[in-house]
Design a binder for this molecule. Structure first.
Ligand code: ATP
Length: 345
């Protein structure tokens, strides 16, 4: 186990592209940290720098107490699990899992013991003598996990490991990986562009955008207290409604309705999660619903609040028709953002 420290780390590619602006944060020992952000935000670049597959342009990267900027990938005490599994097709599952140990010169009996233990943990025992081509996608991903586990690393790195699996298997595997990480207690950095994976797996989420860390926090902090409009709209599906409002006479005014005091003046953006509107005949706001999306356990109502598009999440036993709908906003549910920079007020 080890903590990982990013100290003013930057990355500029040889073509001059600045993929990572100065970045400072620490992943704690035993923590499951998820790096999330849209395509091109720099999350793979960051992970590859930790793995030693990409040079660090400036700053110090520490794993445990050691600065590893110039340490060879093989000597960083890490194990990486990739999206494409990177299994050897001609080797059995047993050989694939034990490969890294054999390379290190570990005794045969010790390799067999560790492989058996990992296989049991991953429900792979019946497949130890099979070849990867005889396995399902989920089983292949477990073999890749097994190979990482037997190495007893200080740090696991995961690069979108579930993106080649179908939705159902992905849900199952994310629970398995999370449970396994809890059990082993190994510090882990997990890269994904899937915000549901980030929410469900992370102890802490690191949200990235355009080479910058926008926010670091627990899933609940990032969801309920987004630091920027980017985080508000990236985390959550459907995203937070972001509505133009003003602070007038010390009061936040949205569609002519007062939502309490705010220490600011002028234009702001009011963020309201779809589930934080509640249908209420006495409600102050009227939404004109023009589409009802039926999702089984709940419904999404899409419509307009004034000129602005809004989405409301309601339980399946409530409202299901188009037309005007009176709603209230749950107490403390309003997030205010600066209208220019998008930062939280
Ligand atoms: P994705 O989810 O699509 O993998 P990402 O967030 O992992 O995206 P990176 O792969 O880290 O993004 O890339 C970040 C940025 O750096 C992108 O704009 C990419 O085009 C650029 N980039 C990546 N590798 C290089 C390179 N070798 N040379 C120049 N630019 C690069």
């Amino acid at each position: 186990m080890a903590q990982v420290q990013f100290n003013s780390i930057t990355k500029t590619y040889p073509n001059g592209f600045e993929a990572l602006k100065p970045t400072n944060f620490t992943i704690k020992e035993g923590e499951f940290a998820v790096l999330v952000g849209p395509s091109g935000c720099g999350k793979s670049t960051l992970l590859r720098m930790v793995a030693g597959l990409e040079d660090i342009t400036a700053g110090d990267l520490s794993i445990g107490t050691r600065v590893v900027n110039h340490v060879d990938p093989a000597d960083r005490d890490i194990a990486m699990v990739f999206q494409n599994y990177a299994l050897y097709p001609h080797m059995t599952v047993r050989k694939n899992i034990g490969y890294g140990l054999k390379n290190r010169g570990t005794a045969k009996s010790e390799i067999a013991r560790k492989v058996d233990e990992a296989a049991a943990m991953l429900n792979l025992t019946p497949y130890l003598e099979s070849k990867p081509s005889q396995l399902s996608g989920g089983q292949r991903q477990r073999v890749a996990m097994g190979r990482a586990i037997v190495r007893d690393p200080a740090l696991f790195l995961f690069d979108e490991p579930l993106s080649n699996l179908d939705a159902k298997l992905r849900n199952q595997m994310r629970i398995e990986i999370k449970a396994l990480q809890r059990r082993l207690g190994v510090t882990s950095i997990y890269v994904t562009h899937d915000q549901v994976e980030a929410m469900t797996m992370a102890d802490r989420i690191i949200v990235m955008n355009e080479g910058r860390v926008e926010q670091i926090g627990t899933p609940a902090q990032v969801y309920h207290n987004p630091a920027t409009t980017f985080v508000a709209s990236f985390m959550g599906a459907p995203p937070m409604n972001l509505l133009p409002a003003v602070v007038d006479g010390g009061q936040v005014m949205l569609e002519g309705v007062s939502f309490g005091p705010a220490p600011h003046r002028g234009k702001v953006i009011a963020g309201i999660r779809p589930e934080d509107f509640s249908p209420d005949p006495e409600g102050d706001l009227t939404i004109h619903v023009d589409l009802v999306e039926e999702l089984g356990a709940h419904r999404l109502l899409h419509g307009k609040l004034g000129e602005e598009a809004v989405t409301v999440h309601v339980a399946n036993e409530s409202v299901a028709q188009t037309g005007p709908l009176r709603v209230g906003v749950k107490p403390d549910a309003l997030c205010l953002f600066d209208a220019v920079e998008g930062n939280r007020i």
